[in-house]
Design a protein around this ligand. Structure first.
Ligand code: ZN
Length: 478
């Protein structure tokens, strides 16, 4: 049993691996749309059978509760037995087999569920084009093929490393049943030490990366009320509160001149950015001026919290944003109205170790303390909170994944974070206390969720090889 044997197996089975991946892509598993339910189930069965052939003990677990009227797609759930001598960590592999609806169909160059291999053109390499090519069937297939390679060459599932696999069919529709599933299978899941997810991107072409942190999220909406009716601005302007004026004035107080959020305690739990991380990120050579140019801004568009670069602000600092504000008259022409109320949507992106519930409570408190004279807030609606997750850079699991990726890519592995949020990872942290390694191989131009989604063969091969090498690292960790 050796990593070289498994890597050689991948090389010699390249075409059959790609064929299997394309076979899965032909099953239109649009989880959100009931008319695709039979196909979505077929895609789950396909995945289950693949894992069984690789020595996993795996079944479909239903999530639907028909008597309560709950729809749901089955979870592919199971494990690989541990080698008797194995003392390393148990890994929870999470992925999803459902895909986004392919619409608008007319914008596809080839039918979304008839995958094709297209040759390289310009910067874009040889690739498979289909719905799900990357997100997430392509990325999950890298894992599946790596498991097959170890089974074929060592005779053991996952080379003897104990994995728990949880591959769901509702990710693209909000993972509505997942938390309940996790609670119901807590005993099995709590045995795991860390989560592995392949659903993220690299830093760029030829720049493999491991994402070790994503941000959390708090999203709110509220209304400020004054008079019990809309008013004439000639008769009432300057005599009583205008909720739009007051809302604008109040929300403007959310930041100081250095673009720091003014809510008391907002930064209390923020893990400080270490000098080591700062230095590592600087070495990545991210061109922030070019990033601004891509969105039509000059270098003076670099606006945000003082004392941090754009990348640092995205990866290590929390932010607050007004996402919408409305009230009064917004139709054509003029209407001299003083509205009775005005509304806003405000969200926060959070970093380690901020607690979304605490931030939500302190924002509500801040609003109450800043109630404009003569006005009142209506109930603050909570549009969802999500916990961010961050693994310390010196985590043994992270270092093992990094060594694995370096072994197969022969290049430095970028350790990056994402300013976005991955709710599943936050939920697994919240319910099971598990951290997540995001080892993904996507590219920014993969067009996930869009027509002509693709995944490049070089990404697919690198990902399969990285997962093979990761097994070896885990075997050596014990
Ligand atoms: Zn997606």
């Amino acid at each position: 049993m050796s990593v070289d044997g498994a890597l050689a197996w991948l090389d010699s089975h390249d075409q059959v691996s790609i064929d299997r991946w394309m076979e899965w892509l032909r099953i239109p598993s649009v989880g959100t749309d009931p008319k695709f339910d039979p196909d979505t189930r077929k895609a789950a069965e396909w995945c289950r059978d693949h894992l069984r052939e690789s020595g996993f003990e795996v079944d479909l677990v239903e999530t639907a509760v028909p008597e309560k009227g709950h729809r749901g797609q089955p979870v592919v759930f199971g494990h690989s037995p541990a080698d008797p001598g194995y003392t390393g960590p148990r890994i929870l592999f999470y992925g999803h087999y459902d895909v986004q609806p392919p619409d608008p169909l007319e914008l596809w160059d080839s039918p979304p569920f008839e995958p094709v291999v297209k040759p390289a053109e310009g910067k874009v390499g040889e690739r498979v084009v289909a719905r799900g090519a990357q997100d997430d069937k392509g990325q999950v297939t890298m894992f599946l093929e790596a498991m097959r390679a170890w089974k074929e060459t060592s005779g053991k599932a996952a080379g003897g490393v104990p994995f728990t696999v949880l591959i769901e069919g509702e990710e693209e529709s909000g993972s509505v049943n997942l938390e309940r599933f996790v609670e119901a299978h807590r005993d099995e899941l709590a045995k795991c030490d860390v989560v592995l997810i392949s659903d993220t991107t690299m830093l760029g072409r030829g720049r493999p990366a491991i994402t070790y942190g994503v941000r959390g999220l708090v999203y709110t909406e509220f209304t400020l009320h004054a008079s019990d009716q809309d008013l004439h601005s000639g008769a009432w302007g300057g005599k009583c509160p205008n909720p739009l004026n007051e809302l604008a004035k109040t929300l403007a107080k959310l930041w100081d001149e250095d673009y720091r959020v003014t809510i008391p305690g907002f930064y209390d739990d923020v893990a400080p950015l270490t000098e080591e991380e700062r230095a590592e990120w600087k070495k990545l050579g991210i061109d922030e001026v070019e990033q601004l140019a891509d969105i039509g801004l000059g270098p003076d568009g670099d606006v945000g919290e003082k004392g941090f670069t754009m990348t640092e602000r995205e990866w290590a600092r929390p932010t607050c944003d007004i996402n919408g504000m409305w009230g009064g008259y917004i139709g054509d022409g003029a209407k001299t109205v003083i509205p009775s109320h005005a509304s806003a949507k405000v969200s926060f992106r959070l970093v380690a170790n901020q607690d979304p519930k605490k931030i939500l409570a302190s924002f509500k408190q801040w609003l109450a303390e800043h109630t404009p004279k003569g006005c009142r807030w209506s109930e603050v609606a909570d549009h969802g909170t999500g916990l961010g997750v961050t693994l310390p850079l010196d985590s043994d699991y992270l270092q093992a994944a990094r060594r694995a990726l370096k072994r197969v890519s022969d290049t430095d592995v970028a350790m990056i974070k994402s300013g976005g949020s991955i709710p599943v990872a936050g939920m697994l942290k919240n319910t099971l206390g598990l951290d997540t390694i995001f080892m993904g191989f996507g590219l920014e131009d993969d067009r996930i969720h869009s027509p002509n989604e693709k995944f490049e063969l070089s990404s697919f091969r690198l990902g399969a090889r990285a997962h093979v090498a990761f097994i070896q690292e885990l075997l050596e960790m014990g």
